[in-house]
Design a protein around this ligand. Structure first.
Ligand SMILES: N[C@@H](CCC(=O)N[C@@H](CS)C(=O)NCC(=O)O)C(=O)O
Length: 222
């Protein structure tokens, strides 16, 4: 059995989830693998108790507990591990140039979005509406408009997905699609990206990370 450690929590305004762990969850879904979700207390991401550090030395999520290979951490590493261990429904190209492009696009997703400007938009949703700093959220949206979104708009070109068909490069953008669905950010200046994010939301795997899917209905696959 594969066990995905993550933080996911139900709020009156939706089920909110770790973006990096959502990247992995959609790949487990795309691969149609059996897995269970282990939900850690969000506060432990900051407190970092010893039992958590024993699983991930930086006390972060996600990490994946596997019967065969022990614990694997870091969303990019986990997704490549899943792809290499379970090569059915291939999600990465096999020539060196396309593979490099896939990894560059995934890196843009991670650096410009998931640890870049998206947390400013996303983290406030974990608090009550009255406690959110709208100015800081707007700075996050402005940052996305100035940096990450123009890259994706350009790189998509006429393709449906960043590497033509769905690959690991699209995994971080499933999490971006989730956050921006909750936020409702205006993407009219980025029409290809808006259509791409909608396309990602229509994939069956998106259901496992949607803010509209209850915790009970997104606890894994068997
Ligand atoms: N590079 C890591 C980043 C993981 C990460 O930063 N996860 C966040 C939650 S989405 C976290 O654990 N934050 C707590 C911290 O940074 O200490 C990955 O892709 O897995």
């Amino acid at each position: 059995m594969l066990v995905l450690a993550t933080t996911e929590r139900e709020y009156p305004w939706g089920v909110l989830r770790s973006t990096n762990a959502s990247k992995v969850k959609v790949i487990l879904e795309e691969k149609e693998l059996d897995y269970q979700v282990d939900r850690l207390r969000p506060g432990d991401l900051w407190k970092k108790p010893a039992e958590f550090l024993a699983k991930h030395p930086l006390g972060k999520v996600p990490y994946l507990e596997t019967d065969r290979d022990g614990i694997i951490y870091d969303s990019t590493v986990i997704n490549e591990y899943i792809e290499d261990r379970y090569p059915h429904n291939p999600l990465k190209p096999d020539d060196a140039v396309s593979l490099a492009r896939m990894r560059m696009m995934e890196n843009i997703g991670d650096e410009a979005f998931l640890v870049g400007d998206l947390p400013k938009v996303w983290m406030p949703y974990w608090s009550k509406p009255e406690d959110r700093n709208e100015e800081s959220m707007q700075a996050g949206r402005d940052g996305l408009r100035a940096r990450g979104l123009p890259i994706i708009e350009r790189e998509l070109g006429d393709q449906d997905y960043l590497c033509g068909h769905f690959t690991l490069a699209d995994a971080p953008f499933m999490a971006v699609a989730m956050v921006l669905e909750v936020d409702g950010m205006d993407l009219s200046d980025f029409p290809k990206t808006a259509a791409y994010l909608d396309r990602l939301r229509r994939r069956p795997s998106y259901r496992a990370i949607s803010a509209r899917t209850s915790l009970d209905d997104s606890a894994g696959r068997s």
